[in-house]
Design a protein around this ligand. Structure first.
Ligand code: BG6
Length: 302
C-alpha cells in the first residue's frame, strides 16, 4: 500500500495491485491507468484522459473526473450568484493541492486534495467572491473507487452552488437504472421527456439531465455475456445524473476531443444541477460516488 507524491503527481497503490494517479499541480483529475488487477482492468481502461486533452492549464482536462463547482453549464438565471462564471464553474480550472493520505492499510488507501478560494484565479474569484474550501477524497480498494467532495462555507453569509462529478467512461456501455426518470433533453431544446426504456444505449448525440433520480445505484453494462465485467455506480447525496456524448458533429467541433473518440466514450455525471444547494456560513455539505467493479467470472469460480 503506497501513496506517492512526485513532481506534483499523486499515485495511490493498493496491495492487491490496483493503483490510480492524479495531479495536484494542474487540475484535479484521475487517470486510472496503472491498475494491475484483473477485476479493475475494465474500469481502468474506461477512464483515461482523452488523447487531445490539454494538460497545460489552459483548459479543463477532458477525461477522468473533472469536478464541476459551483456552476453546472452556464447559469440559466442572470440573477444567479454564479451567473458570470464560465461553463461548469471554476473547480476544474483551478490548481488543487495534495493534502496527504487519509488511510493506508490492507483494506483501502485514500488521499485528499483541497481547493480554497485563495487558489482560484483572480478573474473568477472576482465574479464569485465567496470564502470556501473543497476537499476531494479518493479512496481505492481492491474493487472500488470512491470519490467524495466536501464543500465548506468559510464565509459569514450563505452561498449557493451546483456540484457534479463529470466522469468520463471510455467503453461502449449501456446504463440501466434511469428508466421512469424524467430528463431535460439539451439536444431537443430542453424538452422534458420521461425515459421508459430499460436501458440507455448511446447511438446519437446525447445530452440529458436526468432529474431527481430516485435510485442511487445504476448498472454500467459492458454488454458481455452474464454481465461479466460490469460495474455499478452509486451516487451519494446527489439528485441528478447527466449523460453526455457529443457524437460526430460536436466531436469535430471540439479541438481537444479526438474526431473518432465519440464512439468509445460516454460521460455519466452524478450531480445536483437542477437546483442550487444553499450552504449556510460555517457549514459543510458532502456528496460523492462509488464505482464498484463486479467480480469477473474467472475470479468467482476460483
Ligand atoms: C456536459 C453538458 O455535462 O458537459 C454538455 O451537459 C457539455 O452540454 C459537456 O457539452 C461538455 O462540456 P465542456 O465544457 O467540458 O465542453
Amino acid at each position: 500500500m503506497t501513496i506517492k507524491d512526485y513532481e506534483g503527481k499523486v499515485s495511490l497503490e493498493h496491495s492487491s495491485g490496483s493503483s490510480t494517479e492524479g495531479t495536484s499541480v494542474l487540475f484535479i483529475y484521475l487517470s486510472l491507468i496503472r491498475y494491475g488487477l484483473e477485476l479493475l482492468e475494465l474500469l481502468v481502461n474506461s477512464l483515461p484522459i482523452r488523447e487531445k486533452s490539454k494538460l497545460d492549464g489552459t483548459k479543463a482536462i477532458r477525461g477522468g473526473i473533472p469536478l464541476i463547482f459551483p456552476q453546472f453549464a452556464k447559469a440559466s438565471e442572470p440573477s444567479a450568484e454564479t451567473a458570470n462564471l464560465p461553463q461548469h464553474g471554476i473547480a476544474r480550472v483551478s490548481t488543487w493541492k495534495f493534502l496527504g493520505a487519509v488511510t493506508d492499510n490492507e483494506e483501502e488507501v485514500s488521499a485528499r486534495f483541497g481547493l480554497t478560494d485563495a487558489q482560484v484565479p483572480e478573474n473568477f474569484h472576482k465574479e464569485w467572491p465567496k470564502k470556501f474550501e473543497l476537499i476531494f477524497t479518493v479512496t481505492l480498494t481492491a474493487n472500488t473507487l470512491k470519490n467524495t467532495l466536501e464543500v465548506r462555507n468559510n464565509g459569514t453569509e450563505p452561498f449557493e452552488f451546483n456540484a457534479l462529478l463529470h466522469t468520463y467512461y471510455s467503453v461502449p456501455i449501456s446504463i440501466k437504472g434511469l428508466n421512469e426518470v424524467t430528463y431535460l433533453d439539451k439536444v431537443n431544446n430542453f424538452a422534458r421527456i420521461r425515459d421508459v426504456k430499460d436501458s440507455i444505449t448511446i447511438d446519437q448525440e446525447t445530452d440529458r439531465i436526468y432529474m431527481d433520480v430516485p435510485k442511487d445505484e445504476f448498472i454500467i453494462d459492458l454488454g458481455q455475456p452474464d454481465g461479466v465485467g460490469n460495474f455499478t455506480l452509486k451516487k451519494l447525496n446527489l439528485k441528478d445524473t447527466v449523460v453526455w456524448n457529443p457524437w460526430i458533429k460536436k466531436a469535430l467541433e471540439m479541438s481537444d476531443f479526438g474526431d473518432d473518440e465519440y464512439k468509445k466514450m460516454v460521460c455519466v455525471e452524478p450531480g445536483t444541477v437542477t437546483e442550487y444547494v444553499k450552504l449556510e456560513a460555517g457549514k459543510t455539505w458532502e456528496c460523492g460516488q462509488i464505482i464498484k467493479v463486479f467480480a469477473l467470472k474467472s475470479k468467482l469460480t476460483k
